[in-house]
Design a protein around this ligand. Structure first.
Ligand code: DGL
Length: 292
């Protein structure tokens, strides 16, 4: 390995999302590559991205990627489907480091999982309107039939529960425990009702917030439907890109993980972030991103 490659291997991986969703991707990344330094940004002040115009979200993606490049990141994961649909290509064209999104990995997972070639996609309005999943799935198998449903209520459900002071799961429970009541299950079933008659055998959780309520979604669609998310595939892609570039950090080293939120409530960000991540999230900071 060259000296430059060795130095780059110690540089952090940048990861961002509009809020807590990207932590579902980050937790997979940490599981696969425990020695990697991380800089995570949750853009809570501007969450949700889903209802915004794609052009506006593209601006956010470029701004956050620029900041992560300034932090010295060697690779960036846009751990948000909406921001991927809106800004992945623009970011790849602008910045000198590899940038990967979560739509193509999720599409690949679904195309490989379906037996009947009938795939459902649930995502934000922005992602559904962009047609990004249909395009990505059809790039792999043009014969797959794709049924998409916007489910913005799930983002609101997660983010509002994470602002709730009474939301305190018992020790050892994950974030999913905060949604284990009948009212949440009813809402999820109502939102997913339009999919009841679609002949899908595979459902893409096309928003990184959705794995947080995976149990409820699984309960609503039933056992016959395989749920796929991008997290594992995206982490795998990041690992193989860094391996090919000779920029992987040693798995045994002690990793430094820095967490930033654009929101005001750093304490809630740490408290609920740790639940989603499944590991402590200490020393989080508020960040003011530079105007671009
Ligand atoms: N978690 C994001 C996604 O994957 C977006 C949620 C939102 O901000 O609307 O699309």
């Amino acid at each position: 390995m060259s000296g430059a490659g060795e130095r780059r291997s110690e540089a952090p991986i940048g990861v961002f999302d509009s809020g807590f969703g990207g932590l579902t991707v980050l937790s997979e990344l940490i599981r696969k590559m425990p020695g990697e330094d991380i800089v995570f940004v949750g853009d809570s002040a501007r969450c949700p991205y889903g209802p915004r115009a794609l052009e506006e979200v593209r601006g956010f993606a470029l701004q956050i990627c620029g900041w992560l490049v300034d932090q010295g990141c060697k690779l960036i994961i846009i751990a948000c489907n909406t921001a991927t649909a809106a800004g992945l290509q623009a970011a790849q064209m602008r910045f000198p480091v590899p940038i990967i999104g979560v739509v193509e990995p999720g599409a690949r997972a679904a195309a490989h999982a379906t037996r009947t070639r009938n795939v459902g996609v649930i995502a934000t309005q922005g992602t559904v309107a962009s047609g990004a999943y249909e395009r990505a799935i059809h790039n792999i198998d043009a014969g797959i039939s794709v049924t998409s449903l916007a489910a913005p209520a799930f983002v609101e459900m997660v983010e509002s529960r994470f602002r709730d002071d009474d939301a305190l799961p018992a020790a050892g429970q994950g974030a999913g425990a905060l949604f284990a009541d009948a009212a949440h299950a009813r809402t999820v079933a109502e939102v997913l009702a339009p999919l009841a008659h679609a002949p899908i055998d595979t459902l893409v959780l096309g928003c990184t917030h959705f794995p947080i309520i995976r149990e409820l979604i699984a309960g609503a669609v039933g056992e016959g439907t395989v749920l796929v998310s991008s997290a594992e595939e995206a982490a795998h892609d990041a690992q193989s890109i860094l391996a090919r570039r000779g920029e992987l950090a040693c798995a045994e080293r002690t990793a430094h993980r820095r967490f930033y939120t654009t929101g005001d409530d750093v304490e809630d960000f740490e408290r609920f972030g740790a639940l989603v991540l499944g590991s402590p999230m200490t020393g989080a900071e508020h960040v003011v991103l530079p105007e671009v």
